[in-house]
Write a protein that binds this ligand. Sequence first.
Ligand code: AMP
Ligand code: ZN
Length: 660
Amino acid sequence: MPELTPDEVHSLARTLLDQQVAYAQGRPLVSDLEYDRLFDRLKAHEEAHPEQKLTWSPTQRVGSDLSADFPEFSHTVPVLSLDKAYSPAEVFTWLAKTAKLTSRSLTVTAEQKMDGLSLVLYYKEGVLERAVTRGDGTKGNDVTGNVKTLATVPLRLNLPLTMAVRGEVFLPKSDFAHLNAQLEEPYANPRNLAAGTLRRVKSAEVAKVPLKMFVYEAFVSSPEAQIPQSHRAALDLLASQGFPLNPHLGLFEPEHNLELEAFVAEQTVLRPGLEWEIDGLVFKVDDLALRDELGATGHHPRWALAYKFESPQARTFVEEIFIQVGRTGRVTPVARVKPAQVGGTTVTFITLHNNANIETLGLGIGDEVAISRRGDVIPAVEEVLEHQGTVWSFPPLCPDCSWELELRGAHHFCPNSACPAQVKGKLAFFVGRGQMDIESLGPETLEVLVSQGLVRDVADLFTCDFEALRGVPGFGDKKIAALKEGVALARTRPFTTLLASLGVPELGKKLVELLVGAGVLSFNQLVETLLQNPESLLEVHGIGAKTLETLKTELLAPAVLGLAQRLQAAGLSLEAPPPTAAQSQSLLGTVWCVTGSFVGFNPRSLAEEEIVRRSGKVVSAVSGKTTHLLAGAGAGSKLEKAQGLGLRIVSEDEFITLLQ
Ligand code: AMP
Ligand code: ZN
């Protein structure tokens, strides 16, 4: 056989690499025989001329018998951990927070969080130079020889890129099952077997295990023209160079929480059927310049967040159980535990919900318990691990007013509506953010107002003589002026806000919006409807029989009716401003759905009031009967649906023009 020239060595190696990749992807380019022939030819040449062996030679895929120890290598790119979330709600919070930190528009990608081994591949001018484990994030082990046996890791690229590529090495589940069955000492999971394999001393052994890799991050330093601007572009670049990528990729904007939630749900369902193990999803800011802007803490980048499927657990001890009285009088038992770390936060207080839950758990003080942060982030006691003897029993009296507690359904209640805990709770809710929003009325101020006997309910706030506080420590001119100003401002809030702030069970913002949409434009009208024709409200999409029943009992309670009267007497408006005659019919016959958020109509019910006042109808879901969609910022699935149905889509600006 004639000698190979250096050029021929190069091109033969190139051909073999392509064939290996194609083979690994299940679409071989040539017969096995032909492949072996070319492979042996190159191998023989390399043995005869070791100095001509290319660093990226495909012959390394079968490994060598040389023993390698794994020298340490200092990473030149950050190999950080990820911040964690355990519910979509936590992801939304992170998105909202991140969106606030920037004026750029925010797009995030979502990927599967591979449960494998983190690896960094260092390429120099297009050639794989080094493969290093994550190690402690600063230094890892150089496992280049072993990684070169992975058929899916490109040893040489089409472009002369100098970059670091991060990814995850894993063993497909089916290969794991097959291999593990043959082992004397089986591994617990694919991840452990993959880890054991990658640390084998003989790379020939590694080559026998079909390890795979997905890459998910590229730090390109040259050539300049190839430096991507976005994560998506980076992934595209990696794909174009033959890197294996996980095919599951989502793309979201912070306003589209529903779509994001659907993606999470879909991935949760897909998970058990996947060929590889995942333990969560990773959300990443797409814009790479924005990533730089956001930076990182010492532990994790601020531009990424891992959502984990399983909530973390911990063991701890119950030190105390006490009860808390809420604004509705509902009593909640709470456990104070020996502070424990669960998924990165310290947990000290855990709600126990109700007595039935405590009995089911068989929980008592001193017990050792397993605790978790569930999908809803709220810490929970999962089970008693070691019981001390007595199950905790519910105290008979309210700790705040000493009235006897009543059991209604699953929960205990304090029946005393003058109970200081309830009064304070109602007041705090009323003045809270998103409600009447009276900033100067913080918890300490409320405490003083209640204990001085100046305020017994929310109506008292509007008749209270704050001057009487002069002389009380902390109530100087400035504070008293702020209180007066805060209360004066609260008087101007729309009636919808007032209604939703009363703390009537069920009557939150959502229900108020639905009611306004159905044409209920005052408190009195609501009372009348509930008295005379409550069934008419069942026609409103989103109001069910149970909601209606609760609303009837709670809103028509004498205490609430009396409160409304006193608020009105104090000058607050419990109705929408009256329409002017000229406008009142302009939207007759139209049916509107309102979605997204608005600058001039906040809360959204303000826009709905405008429509209803002009005789238009408002519905909460888009259907064939809908004629208009008022779409604010962040409109999501409703907008898509409305477009599909060919509805008239109206922006906030157009809406304002229309109203005029
Ligand atoms: P943790 O080690 O739990 O803080 O999680 C961070 C690790 O998740 C990273 O170091 C990666 O090894 C791993 N990981 C798996 N899949 C991805 C992905 N798609 N994007 C980023 N990191 C990932
Ligand atoms: Zn009480």
